[in-house]
Design a protein around this ligand. Structure first.
Ligand SMILES: Cc1cc2nc3c(=O)[nH]c(=O)nc-3n(C[C@H](O)[C@H](O)[C@H](O)COP(=O)(O)O)c2cc1C
Length: 366
């Protein structure tokens, strides 16, 4: 989650009012975390086609921007992809389902990037079982360019308030299991997704998992280009005067925590439609496939000028969410199916790119 585009609109009685910023030029030049955004410019600039494909894949969406991928180059044309288990999210993703979906997003962009260079990615998932590497890939001549690849550099998770008009959803239906636009069903999802967010933030161990991953300001973002980034001149001004801090975010009785809640609610309520990816089974392979579909969906939406943001709290598998997990499945899935992804869709001001670790830091020794 990034609050980088939020714009301070007022300071009232010691409380902080943050509102979704409609652009305002994004980060002012001096506060832009340039070093953390280099991978967006470096993508594709490698000679080794494996490194070139990987340099695009690291731009994939992934939970809490943990970037849990590790790649090992083998021989001349092979890659082994691992998931770095030290980056797990044990509280909000106890079964690593969402992290596995993120790996699926990564593999899909890798495939598209290779195809763009005339290479087919021959992928074997979990070649040594589910406790080993996630995928073995061999790049061989072939591969048809995918039109969705053009949108990879401009696909960003957009947490702004969305406009109050229905998105054109036809192009999304090729990838989504369903798109919810009926006003009653949308209103029910406003309620459900907000309640799930409220529960996550009111449950100390799940909330603190997020607070621990917050990066406050350019310096912290550049030192650790991952997690939940809070940056830009407005937020940094608040940090300077002590009105935005890790302590405040951690403390449910603080004004800034309450303001964060109301700010999140107003963005989440400003949602005209939702897209869903669900699967008949829930194996690791199904989760990878869900990730592939999710990122294809997000890229298709980007191509249509649509914003998207996953709202995953009700899909998370810890006891406090169990009722909402059951409700969301009752509302959105057939019996036995798993809702893997649920996301907002609509028109919105553009979102900033989120940070990435340099590719070199994600290459494991052979
Ligand atoms: C499985 C999965 C679950 C996610 N859940 C959420 C979520 O609940 N809320 C949210 O704001 N973003 C969510 N995201 C988006 C990530 O936070 C985002 O991809 C990451 O921060 C990188 O940013 P980017 O997508 O703009 O490149 C999710 C992404 C994935 C793959």
């Amino acid at each position: 989650m990034t609050l980088s585009r939020r714009k301070m609109i007022g300071l009232i009685g010691g409380g902080v009012v943050l509102a979704a910023g409609a652009g305002a030029g994004g980060f002012a030049a001096t506060r832009r975390p340039d070093a953390a955004l280099v991978p967006w410019d470096a993508a594709g600039s490698y000679k080794d086609p494996r490194m070139a494909a990987l340099s695009w894949a690291i731009l994939a969406p992934n939970p809490h921007n943990r970037q849990p991928w590790l790649a090992q180059l083998v021989g001349d044309d092979e890659i082994l992809i691992w998931r770095d288990l030290s980056l797990n999210l044990p509280e909000t993703d106890p079964f690593d389902r969402q992290l596995t979906i993120g790996m699926g997003c990564f593999l899909e962009i890798l495939r598209q990037a290779a195809a763009q260079r005339g290479l087919a990615a021959d992928v074997t998932l979990f070649p040594d079982g589910e406790d080993g590497s996630v995928a073995h890939i061999r790049l061989t001549p072939g591969g048809l360019p995918d039109p969705l690849f053009a949108h990879v550099p401009v696909r960003h998770t957009n947490r702004n308030a969305y406009e109050d008009r229905q998105p054109a959803t036809a192009a999304l239906l090729a990838e989504a299991t369903s798109v919810v636009t009926a006003p009653d069903a949308v209103a029910a999802l406003h309620k459900l997704t907000w309640e799930a967010m409220r529960i996550e933030m009111a449950t100390p161990r799940t909330h603190m998992e997020s607070v621990g991953l917050m990066r406050f300001g350019k310096q912290e973002i550049e030192a650790n280009p991952d997690g939940i980034t809070l940056g830009g001149p407005m937020l940094e001004a608040l940090m300077k005067v002590g009105m935005l801090s890790r302590e405040g975010q951690a403390d449910p009785s603080s004004g800034e925590y309450q303001q964060t809640l109301s700010m999140l609610k107003s963005s989440m309520d400003a949602t005209p439609a939702y897209a869903i990816v669900s699967t008949a089974g829930n194996s690791r392979t199904d989760q990878i496939e869900a990730g592939r579909r999710w990122v294809r969906l997000h890229l298709a939406a980007t191509g249509q000028g649509l914003a998207m943001q996953p709202v995953s709290q009700a899909l998370q598998e810890y006891p406090e969410q169990a009722d909402l997990y059951a409700q969301v499945h009752k509302q959105l899935a057939s019996p036995g199916e798993t809702v893997q992804m649920l996301g907002r869709v609509g028109y919105a001001p553009p979102a900033e790119a989120s940070p990435r670790w340099p590719l070199e830091s994600r290459i494991a020794d052979a």
